[in-house]
Design a protein around this ligand. Sequence first.
Ligand code: 2AM
Length: 174
Amino acid sequence: MQRLFFSLKFIPEQQQLLLPYQQQALDLCPAAKAVDVDNLHLTLFFLGQVDATQQQRLISAAQQITIPPFSLTLDTLSSFIKPKILYLAPSQQPDALLQLQQQVAQCCKALGFSDIHDKYRPHITLARHAVCDAALQQPVEPLTLLVSEFALYQSVNINGAVRYLPETVFGERH
Ligand code: 2AM
């Protein structure tokens, strides 16, 4: 069994562009713990524990999804109280992102996975264990990323550190 989730796939240069926003988040809430730069991602669907057979089925289903490259503009720094995270999010959710998320969710649900979230809320978690102003909602300098891939990620614990590893990548180059 592996702990898996679908997520947009950012390239390392895009993850680097997120670092100033992470710093802003940490300035607002210094006790929070920064997410490692190569772990920065935007979840599409969280699956939880998945066995090898189901994983293969998920991959086959996701290979049928087409993803036209789209722009994602991130412009809001905000927080969730549960879990206590600081995140960067788009104030306008692009249709292409929502369509992709719906297609991924449909595949997952057709294979028996349920969505543990009441409502899809696209966000990039920048820091965790954030005990700070609960009502944080701050406009920031907009950052536009071009997205053309998503991936099935595995969450693993390596020497006590969580790593998100792209298992299978989907999108225009694949
Ligand atoms: P993330 O913040 O790293 O994306 C399981 O709840 C995981 O799904 C969380 O660790 C969180 O990971 C992500 N998540 C939480 N709430 C969500 C929501 N409303 N929409 C999408 N992803 C969410």
